[in-house]
Design a protein around this ligand. Structure first.
Ligand code: FE2
Length: 290
């Protein structure tokens, strides 16, 4: 056995997948073991379970890949950090998060009992795209990854061919259609990170009567958005919407009392969608020959 473990750690829905050479042999989310929905941390129990279930010895684990790369988009991160957070309270939090990402190597090697494991930090969107492209039936494909955020980026467009994924465009923090979606999910009363799928499911039963209002009146306020990100589970200080959206839920009233004067706008929305289509239309998609 030559085992590679892919790990989603210190992030909601922490989980692992296990490959023997190029074959996926096992995958599990930590919440299935600890019974805590959307649990975030290092999924030690999943690793233990996988090793027992697949009969993997510590020295058979040669590689561990992590779905984030602290060095991805590093220039933008540093610039943003210096401009906005250098002397703020948030500075500590950001520093702590980066430390966690680097500390994980020692924690995992110690837990597994193998100090020779090679670690690979992979850009978050590259992980999303490769997890879709490589198991697919396509020889060549256009890829679009849309997330809340991952490595300071909310959207990535790439061209994929047999063994190469080449990133063409990125949308960076703070612009995020994913965070917008998350905020709207909370606005209508769902709790915490991870219930977007409920809104998605319910959307097909409603009429889009607020569509025009949203298009006209929403704008993204960077200061408020920054409060959304670390507190995705709390809806209390997210946003206020102008116009007929007021009073849509109790949260909105509560926020109005707080005199928050802002909202969410997809200021880059049109460009964003245009950009997707421009790139995707240029990429010729071929199916793999069987
Ligand atoms: Fe993601």
């Amino acid at each position: 056995m030559t085992i590679t473990i892919g790990i989603n750690a210190n992030h909601a829905d922490s989980s692992i997948c296990v490959f023997d050479k190029n074959r996926l042999i096992f995958a599990i989310e930590e919440e299935r073991i600890n019974r805590i929905k959307h649990w975030a941390g290092v999924p030690f129990q999943s690793i233990k379970f996988a090793m027992e279930y697949c009969d993997i010895k510590p020295n058979q684990i040669t590689n561990i890949t992590l779905n984030t790369n602290p060095l991805s988009n590093i220039n933008r991160k540093i610039y943003y950090y210096i401009k906005n957070y250098l002397f703020s309270k948030k500075s500590k939090e950001i520093f702590f998060r980066q430390k966690l990402k680097l500390k994980i190597k020692n924690q995992l090697s110690q837990f597994i009992g193998n100090s020779n494991i090679k670690y690979h930090y992979i850009d978050h969107h590259l992980c999303h795209i490769s997890s879709a492209f490589y198991p697919s039936n396509f020889q060549k494909a256009a890829a679009l990854s849309i997330d809340g955020f991952g490595d300071f980026c909310s959207c990535t467009i790439a061209e994929c061919s047999e063994d190469q994924i080449s990133i063409k465009e990125k949308v960076f923090f703070p612009h995020s259609i994913g965070v917008f979606y998350e905020a709207m999910t909370q606005l209508i009363g769902f709790n915490k990170y991870g219930e977007e799928y409920k809104m998605m499911g319910l959307s097909s039963y409603g009429n889009p009567k607020y569509k025009d209002v949203l298009k006209k009146n929403l704008f993204l306020d960077q200061k408020l958005l920054e409060t959304v990100i670390p507190k995705a589970g709390s809806s209390s200080k997210i946003m206020i919407l102008y116009g007929p959206m007021r009073g849509l839920t109790g949260y909105v009233h509560e926020l109005l009392l707080d005199e928050y004067k802002a909202s969410i706008q997809l200021e880059d929305r049109n460009d964003f969608i245009k950009l997707e289509y421009e790139h995707i239309s240029k990429i010729h998609i071929k199916k793999k020959k069987k």
